[in-house]
Design a protein around this ligand. Structure first.
Ligand code: BGC
Length: 386
């Protein structure tokens, strides 16, 4: 396949995706961003009109221990290989130092473009300076990289929107706008070193905090951050299921020992929700009436199975295949020396600059709508025991 053919196929495909996703995005966060703006790839050191076969793309993923990153890495690598690029895909076992040396190795191996899903969004600035000095273009994948000028583009889902969906789901389920009841809520937040976790929490807390202030939602553990900025006080390091489980066990043992019941648990993602569901089971909660509303994110298989078993009320699905498609498009545009398409040039300030971003739309899945995951081919019916 000639370079020209490859470029136009990818760019044309991307145009269709952009049109679709922007429609969905404006529906849920109309004040954000402007569609279809572009960044100049060549001005950012992108390899102008390189043959894909001569372009090495380093892909740094955080960990194999969480289902989604395995899918993300494999899908992106496959797309890039199909387009003729050379790739180096590395997982860092959630260890920051390991990720830094993997990125160093990619630079030494002659990478032209780096795609990085960071573990700690603040720890990569020095190694990215080395990358910039070598003329490498850097795409932050899913998680923003902070405190550096040397991140050129960012592709992610509407992270604030994810949290909003979780908060609004809780409001709808309990009819909080109209109820005269009070409900016990236990909120959790994601890993303190992950920039996304701040957005997830803010999206949910902006919806829920008014009900905490009015007394409709009561937080018996007292672990209700005073504002969005205090989210790290309830963050679960490394998004660990085990840590979330022990934290939930502690809260249940310390604050619910007199027969009180927890009605809602705000969990920012599925790995935490898995641990929280274990803690609930250990404390005698069984699916059915009186089982708390438990939120999540990612539509991990174990959590979809939990949803079908009545142990989790919802998840926010981010079709990571579309993120891979978008990043593969960015890589192709950079390699072809073309402008890189983004649709948000306002929301993601990393402390040094506002990073041009492509935002994709997330989607709520409940036990009644898991068929969406099957119909889209994300899972087979057999995967879900259907
Ligand atoms: C991702 C989530 C994921 C979490 C833990 C976040 O940065 O956006 O999808 O659940 O990391 O891996």
């Amino acid at each position: 396949m000639s370079n020209t053919t490859f470029t136009w196929r990818r760019v044309a495909a991307m145009g269709a995706v952009a049109a679709l996703s922007f429609g969905a995005l404006t529906a849920c966060s109309s004040e954000r961003g402007d569609s279809g703006s572009t960044g100049d790839a060549s001005a950012d050191g992108g390899a102008a009109s390189a043959d894909p076969g001569d372009v090495l793309v380093g892909i740094a993923m955080p960990t194999k221990s969480l289902e989604r990153w395995n899918r993300d890495g494999a899908h992106l690598e496959e797309l890039l290989k199909d387009d003729g690029f050379s790739t180096s895909l590395q997982y860092a076992d959630n260890k920051v130092d390991q990720q830094i040396s993997q990125v160093e190795n990619m630079i030494n191996d002659g990478a032209d473009i780096l795609v990085v899903a960071s573990i700690d969004g603040t720890a990569l600035a020095p190694v990215l300076q080395t990358a910039a000095d070598a003329g490498i273009t850097v795409i932050a994948y899913d998680r923003l990289i902070n405190g550096t000028d040397n991140v050129d583009y960012y592709a992610t889902f509407d992270n604030y929107g994810v949290g909003q969906m979780q908060g609004e789901f809780i409001v709808d389920q309990l009819d909080l706008e109209n109820t005269t009841e009070t409900y016990n809520l236990e909120p959790f937040a994601g890993s303190p070193d992950d920039n996304n976790a701040k957005f997830f929490f803010a999206g949910a807390w902006d919806v829920l905090q008014p009900y905490v202030e009015s007394g409709t939602l009561v937080v018996p553990s007292g672990k209700a951050p005073a504002s969005d900025d205090d989210w790290q006080s309830i963050g679960i390091q490394g998004w660990s299921s085990d840590t979330a489980q022990s934290e939930m066990e502690n809260r249940l043992n310390s604050f619910y020992s007199g027969g009180e019941k927890v009605d809602v648990v705000l969990s920012p993602n599925d790995s935490l929700a898995l641990g929280i569901a274990q803690a609930l089971a250990g404390a005698g909660y069984t699916p059915g009436d009186g089982y708390p509303i438990l939120t999540g994110q990612d539509a991990d298989k174990a959590n979809v199975l939990n949803m079908l078993a009545g142990k989790q009320a919802m998840t926010v699905w981010k079709d990571t295949r579309t993120l891979g498609d978008q990043v593969a498009t960015m890589v192709s545009e950079i390699a072809a020396g073309q402008e890189v398409t983004v649709n948000d040039t306002e929301s993601y300030d990393n402390g040094n600059k506002v990073v041009p971003t492509y935002l994709l739309p997330p989607q709520v899945i409940t036990p009644d709508t898991v068929n969406v995951l099957v119909d889209s081919g994300f899972y087979t019916a057999a995967d879900l025991g259907l």
